[in-house]
Design a protein around this ligand. Structure first.
Ligand code: 5GP
Length: 203
């Protein structure tokens, strides 16, 4: 029987380069599935429903919370964000690793519900670089950028509660670090108990 996949939670301040690093990880790790979240924030230019996010109205989002379809959810910068549970469980059962790219409040909920989740916090190289990246994105108003910088200052101390902290000094190194974490996760004792038991019985 296939080993269940690894549930990897990745957080980090908006603009720290999570998306770019994770794209590299997916290019290197075909057996890894990106969990598409739902959100009530409007799409940015180029974003498509069902690809980056499922874009929902507040009413539709709240309905999904009420019917227990969200593995976790949080309000961030005035909008709801959440992880639809069903797709995550289906992929894990097929032996795929599942990556949740979510903020810190949601990450805490996942750890409580799924204690075997592996938690990674991605840090920007510096606060100066973070502001620069948020400004370069060019799609957000100045006020939104300031709000995201303030949120980053609140989020970063919470990295201490994660299993791993990866500094995004270069995309390639950060992606390699995450691949190494996925690899090590496959060998966690807790993930191999069934096979271990079979081997012991055969012995
Ligand atoms: P953005 O609007 O920049 O795409 O995302 C804003 C923040 O929401 C990021 O920190 C991102 O990781 C987080 N986020 C995205 N999807 C989810 C989700 O499903 N749940 C939670 N809790 N946070 C999410």
């Amino acid at each position: 029987m296939n080993q269940k996949g690894l549930l990897l939670v990745v957080s980090g301040p908006s603009g720290c380069g999570k998306g770019t690093v994770l794209s590299r990880v997916f290019a290197k790790q075909p057996n890894t599935y990106y969990s598409v979240s739902a959100t009530t924030r409007p799409p940015r230019p180029g974003e498509e429903n069902g690809v980056q996010y499922y874009f929902l109205t507040r009413e539709a989002f709240e309905e999904r919370i009420a019917s227990g379809q969200m593995l976790e959810y949080a309000q961030y910068a005035g909008n709801y964000y959440g992880t639809p549970a069903q797709a995550v469980d289906a992929q894990l059962a097929q032996g795929k690793n599942v990556v949740l790219e979510i903020e810190v409040q949601g990450a805490k909920q996942v750890k409580l519900r799924r204690p075997d989740a592996v938690m990674v916090f991605i840090m920007p190289p510096s606060m100066k670089e973070l502001r620069h990246r948020l400004q370069e994105r060019g799609t957000e108003a100045q006020e939104v950028i300031q709000r995201r910088m303030d949120t980053a200052r609140l989020e970063m101390p919470q990295a201490k509660d994660y299993d791993y902290i990866v500094f995004n000094d270069t995309v390639e190194e950060a992606a390699e670090d995450i691949c190494a974490i996925l690899r090590a996760g496959r060998c966690l004792a807790q993930k191999n108990l069934a096979r271990l038991d079979r081997a012991i019985q055969e012995a």
